[in-house]
Design a protein around this ligand. Structure first.
Ligand SMILES: [Zn+2]
Length: 111
């Protein structure tokens, strides 16, 4: 709930800054961020409803967990917690993406 709340704070700030209505907001959520898209959407819609922010569309983009190999720099999707490099077999890999929780864009209605 607090995530949806702080997202709306940002939308409100943006809306005030441009003195315009925000039509849609896009967010990126990493697979490992611990955020469930459906519950985020539910909270978001519940908070937006009956406010001056409505109608406000939410688009969620899920980012998969990806690691990068320290040996050969190969980037790959991690499936079933297998973090070793599929190219060279090295176990020395580090997270490249998957923990994101960020705004991708906001669509603002010009006035
Ligand atoms: Zn490798």
């Amino acid at each position: 709930m607090s995530i949806a709340g702080s997202m709306l704070e940002a939308v409100r700030a943006e809306s005030a800054r441009h003195n315009a209505h925000v039509l849609a907001v896009g967010v990126k959520i990493g697979e490992l961020s611990g955020v469930e898209s459906e519950s985020l959407r539910f909270c978001f819609e519940a908070l937006v409803q009956d406010t001056d922010l409505a109608p406000l569309a939410l688009e969620i983009e899920r980012l998969p967990w990806r690691n990068r190999c320290r040996q050969c720099a190969q980037e790959f999707a991690v499936e079933e917690y297998r973090t070793e490099c599929p190219q060279c077999g090295s176990a020395e890999t580090e997270m490249a993406s998957g923990r994101e929780l960020e705004f991708a864009y906001m669509e603002i209605e010009e006035t």
